[in-house]
Design a protein around this ligand. Structure first.
Ligand SMILES: N[C@@H](CCC(=O)N[C@@H](CS)C(=O)NCC(=O)O)C(=O)O
Length: 228
């Protein structure tokens, strides 16, 4: 039997942080398929391993204890595998970083694919995405995110930006630019066409990701976005 069972879709979104922590500490993990996740999510909360709405949900097969909500899972594992700094302020900073990462992911996937990006909304969103990156850079400059020791904050940071730039390689160069030039041209992730910001207030976000009834995430158009 594996050390843990992770209920999460076969996509590199919230569950990817949990996968990264488990890989870092060398724990073995099983991932049941999408049907098992759907069944788990529709179960009576009184019968779930821990009452929850949506995946990720992690079960410790040794103790039978379980946790849901991505930041709570990250903290549970980090307490157990000693991935948190001792200083109370830096511990809270770590929680902030995990919460920030959850926010970025939600924005990039437009709440798990509930809407579609347009070329104009994508161009507008790049300003905000670059600001997120600037926030991470400022944290590092203020020694709130040291390179060592490797703990939860570092694993979450590497997983968020590493996965994003792996899945959307055009973003790597863009995120290296100064915040002042962030309204530059980055091709739309699906059409790959260059697009210009619309100016004024950004329209509602839309995504290329589709949340299908069978609970898998797929893309529209010729390019794959945010999927391993
Ligand atoms: N606040 C939860 C959000 C969980 C969540 O939205 N999970 C998504 C996948 S990333 C999901 O399974 N959504 C399906 C649903 O809510 O029905 C967390 O941070 O873990």
């Amino acid at each position: 039997m594996s050390d843990f069972t992770l209920y999460y879709w076969p996509v590199p979104f919230r569950g990817e942080f949990v996968r990264a922590i488990l890989a870092h500490v060398g724990a073995s993990v099983d991932e049941p398929g999408s049907d098992a996740i759907s069944d788990m999510m529709s179960m009576d909360p009184r019968n779930q391993p821990v009452p929850h709405m949506a995946s990720p949900m992690l079960v410790d097969n040794g103790s039978g204890k379980a946790m849901a909500e991505m930041p709570a899972i990250c903290f549970w594992l980090s307490e157990r595998f000693d991935l948190l700094p001792p200083d109370p302020h830096l511990r809270a900073i770590t929680l902030k970083i995990v919460s920030d990462a959850n926010d970025v992911l939600d924005e990039m996937t437009l709440s798990g694919g509930k809407a579609m990006w347009t070329e104009a909304s994508w161009a507008d969103y790049l300003v905000r995405l670059r600001r997120w990156m600037a926030i991470w850079e400022a944290m590092a400059e203020q020694d709130l995110l040291p390179e060592q020791p490797i703990g939860l904050a570092q694993i979450v940071t590497a997983t968020l930006w590493g996965t994003m730039t792996k899945q959307l390689p055009e973003l790597r160069a863009f995120l290296s630019r100064s915040p002042a030039s962030c309204r530059a041209d980055v091709p739309h992730p699906v059409t790959r066409r260059s697009c210009r910001p619309s100016g004024g207030k950004p329209p509602p976000f839309r995504t290329s990701l589709v949340w299908r009834r069978d609970r898998e995430i797929t893309t529209q158009g010729p390019a794959r976005v945010g999927i391993a």
